[in-house]
Design a protein around this ligand. Structure first.
Ligand code: TXA
Ligand code: MG
Length: 320
């Protein structure tokens, strides 16, 4: 999509595929999404099949604007404040669903809430405007695998099942959106992500609550098990590199034994968490191809570090 004609042709082809019920690899500012027409149960079913995703795990609905989101869900004054501050951008709000709704039931896994965001990427924006319908899009990876930050990652994970992959180069943020629950008594951080907790708390004027449970069911259904997982074993907060390990470093210092690492990738020599976030998933994929074990140096838990460490913990978790 290097010139404007290619851009328009790509958007038209992708919109046509979505209208036929097909799937599209869609760049966003966070990660690439696997897009389908959110109003079509058949198209949404194709997402679950392509990803091998459990059907109890609902999808994020992408809308073109705050107004479009308000046609799908009820936004409280606090939700409107967050939407006004951060949309378009890497924030997903879980909101009470309006009924009746045009959104296919399968996309929300039968819940009475819906997760919505307005993406800040020119390609996603143009596709939403051209299609003129909400788009359901989880990250475009096999279920449980590392999220894709390039079109090649999408092709490697899902190639065959996708009608069109819109290649807009590497995504800018590199982590999925931050998910905030706005459907009960107080705002809850359901998933750390590309928008830092402190930025959200500055707008709502109170600390974000923990996810909690509703009647014993987790309120973020997809966030429980091993996720974002490469095949290699990860060892976090590593103070030294052991024989046979690759190293993910951060900042100017290296852990003891680093010279013996079979490969070293420094996520940000200058210690910049945004730079580290942007490179994290591609680094996991790259090192997975060369190493069976990866040591990860400590990464501060502030700002975007909260989401980086969340993804690393899930990547390191025991597999199902
Ligand atoms: O940045 C992103 O958010 C990317 C891009 C493509 O927009 N999308 C993404 O989608 O990460 P996915 O499907 O990989 O993650 C969606 C998460 C899941 O953990 C799911 O359980 C949660 O959102 N979710 C969706 N609907 C929900 C709801 N009604 N209540 C609670 N959690 C919900
Ligand atoms: Mg995902």
């Amino acid at each position: 999509m290097s010139n404007p004609g290619d851009f328009d042709a790509g958007i038209s082809a992708a919109a046509a595929a979505l209208r036929r019920g097909g799937l599209v690899g869609m760049p966003t500012e966070t990660v690439y999404g696997l897009a389908a027409d959110a109003t079509s149960g058949g198209a949404v079913a194709a997402i679950y099949a392509a990803k091998a995703r459990p059907r109890f795990n609902p999808l994020i609905i992408h809308a073109s604007s705050v107004e479009a989101a308000e046609r799908l869900a009820v936004l409280s004054p606090a939700a409107l404040a967050l939407a006004g501050a951060f949309w378009p951008g890497p924030l997903t709000l879980v909101l009470p669903k309006r009924s009746p709704t045009v959104i296919a039931d399968l996309a929300t896994a039968g819940l009475d809430t819906v997760a919505i965001r307005v993406p800040a990427h020119p390609v996603a924006g143009a596709l939403l405007a051209t299609l003129d319908r909400p788009i359901a899009a989880p990250s475009a990876n096999r279920s449980g695998h590392v999220s894709p930050t390039t079109a090649d990652h999408v092709a490697a994970d899902l190639g065959g099942g996708v009608a069109v992959i819109l290649d807009a180069g590497p995504t800018g943020i590199g982590l999925e959106s931050t998910i905030v629950g706005m459907a009960d008594d107080r705002p809850r951080l359901l998933r750390a992500g590309g928008l830092a907790r402190s930025d959200i708390e500055a707008v709502i004027g109170e600390p974000l609550a923990a996810p909690g449970t509703t009647g014993g069911a987790p309120v973020a259904p997809g966030m429980l098990r091993s996720h974002y997982a490469p095949a290699a074993r990860l060892r976090l907060d590593a103070g030294e590199v052991r024989p046979g390990e690759a190293l993910i470093a951060f900042g100017s210092g290296l852990p003891a034994g680093a010279t013996a690492a079979i490969r070293i990738v420094n996520l940000s020599e200058k210690g910049d968490l945004a730079e580290a976030a942007a490179g994290l998933f591609a680094t996991l994929r790259d090192l997975d191809a060369v190493a069976e074990a990866i040591a990860v140096a400590p990464i501060p838990d502030t700002g975007l570090g909260e989401a980086i460490n969340d993804r690393l913990r899930r990547a390191a978790a025991p597999r199902d």
